[in-house]
Design a protein around this ligand. Structure first.
Ligand code: ARG
Length: 460
């Protein structure tokens, strides 16, 4: 017998081509699954002993051996070998080298197919918890900034044209809301992935009297995959995660875009600290908002990873195919990217300095209280369409003489509609406009403060 590989070489006569070995190996990137692989193996061995497939002594040797291997890996003392293809066979081979025969029994009643499907679920479950902690940290930072700036006025835009005055705190709370839904999506994804494939074995289940419920209990899985073919082969949970991650990144990217615009000399609404910016090697005046730019840029790779995973899965017949090995890099890359982007945002948001005067003065440009004047006329009895027309004419007049509506005098305003009285100026001021939107979800500062209070309670 030509033993080309100690795990599966029995029926082979030729050794694997050297380059094919490297081409097919996943150990370069799947070694980060090692702690989860070991966790899964310890649970599996515990169950095997309980059903009589391992002796107490064999189980102890296996568990001690796996714990030693985990320590070696953590201390970077583990000798990873490409000859052993992946994380699973590297660990198993080391175990056998350490403890001999007992080690060879660990793989009883399982396959690398259900093993890897379990590992990535354990991995992602833990990562999801860390990601949600980072989202929460960012949300707290947003709440603090929103609280501080609840009465700060900046122009709200539609079509990137000045539309109506809004509270900067209200603007920050919009991102808080997006992140709340993002967290919900991830929690939802966690619920569905928390199902254990182990026991599916290669594809059809196993002939051994295993107790799947026990292994699931040991690993903290809420359920067991109902169908072995499905358990080993689907990666829909990863696709769900990548979709939810893409949405988080889309939100962070929109936020980034605003921070980039706002920190330009043209907007000049905020200042990011030097510690979050870089300079230019040629233009001495520059201070570049690298952090939000990078986050905006990294959104592309997260979207790409989602597309990659969907495409990897789309034509695979049941059950496991080697294609599935390609699931890991998009998944790991997305987890890392998401974690680092959330982390850097949670660190950066508390450092954002609102340039209140600039925001205020900018809001004065662009006739942002025109809607308020229309609403005022409606309250005086004019149908809204007619009021819209009247205000349109007064804006055209203001543009001609280069004055804001609030800078026109009463006589000028009355020239457009005789119903206009002195109280109109309460409406035309930015503060008046802001405070008038005084309902749940509106931008009036007291509503914003209420929203922050509610949000803080919900976050606990
Ligand atoms: N490295 C493999 C992967 O990541 C493990 C499963 C291999 N299974 C097999 N039948 N070749 O998918």
């Amino acid at each position: 017998m030509n033993k080309t590989n100690q795990s599966w070489g029995g029926r082979f006569n030729q050794p694997t081509d050297e380059f094919v070995k490297i081409f097919g190996a996943s150990v370069f990137f799947d070694k980060i699954l090692a702690p989860y692989d070991i966790q899964g193996s310890i649970a599996h061995a515990t169950m095997l002993q309980e059903v009589g497939l391992l002796t107490e002594d064999e189980k102890s040797q296996i568990i001690d051996g796996l714990n030693t291997i985990l320590t070696e890996i953590k201390k970077d003392k583990f000798d990873w070998s490409v000859d052993l293809e992946d994380v699973h066979m590297n660990i198993e081979a080391r175990l056998v080298a350490m403890i001999g025969n007992a080690g060879k029994k660990l793989h009883t009643g399982r396959s690398r197919n259900d093993q890897v499907a379990t590992d990535i679920r354990l991995y992602l479950r833990e990562q999801l918890d860390e990601i949600n902690d980072e989202i929460k940290r960012l949300q707290v930072a947003l709440l603090n900034l929103a609280e501080q700036e609840a009465s700060t006025i900046l122009p709200g835009f539609t079509h990137l044209q000045a539309a109506q005055p809004v509270s900067f705190g209200h603007h920050m709370m919009a991102y808080f809301e997006m992140l709340s839904r993002d967290a919900e999506r991830l929690i939802d994804c966690r619920k569905r992935l928390n199902s254990m494939p182990l026991g599916s074995a290669a594809l059809a289940g196993t002939t051994y009297p295993i107790k799947r419920a026990r292994t699931a209990e040991l690993l903290g899985f809420e359920r067991i995959c109902n169908n072995s073919l499905d358990g080993v082969s689907d990666r829909d949970f990863a696709i769900e995660f990548l979709s939810a991650a893409s949405i988080v990144m889309m939100h962070l990217s929109r936020f980034s875009e605003e921070l980039i615009l706002w920190s330009s000399a043209q907007f000049d609404f905020i200042e990011l600290p030097d510690s979050f910016c870089t300079g230019s090697s040629i233009m001495p005046q520059k201070k570049n908002p690298d952090v939000p730019e990078l986050v905006r840029g990294k959104t592309g790779r997260v979207y790409g990873n989602l597309t990659a995973m969907l495409t990897i899965m789309k034509s695979q017949p049941l059950a496991y195919n080697k294609d599935n090995q390609e699931d890991k890099e998009p998944l790991f890359d997305t987890v890392d990217t998401l974690k680092t982007c959330l982390r850097v945002f949670a660190d950066m948001v508390p450092t954002i300095k609102a340039k209140r005067d600039n925001m205020y003065n900018s809001t004065k440009k662009g006739y942002t209280t025109a809607t308020d004047l229309a609403d005022y006329l409606v309250k005086k009895g004019l149908p809204f369409r007619d009021a819209h027309e009247v205000v349109g004419l007064s804006v055209a007049y203001g543009l001609k003489i280069q004055k804001d509506l609030s800078e026109l005098n009463l006589k000028e305003l009355q020239g457009f509609d005789a119903r206009i009285e002195n109280d109109v100026f309460d409406m035309l001021s930015l503060e008046g406009s802001l405070c008038a939107r005084d309902h749940l979800g509106g931008t009036a500062p007291n509503q914003v403060k209420q929203a922050i209070k509610t949000a803080r309670n919900n976050l606990k």
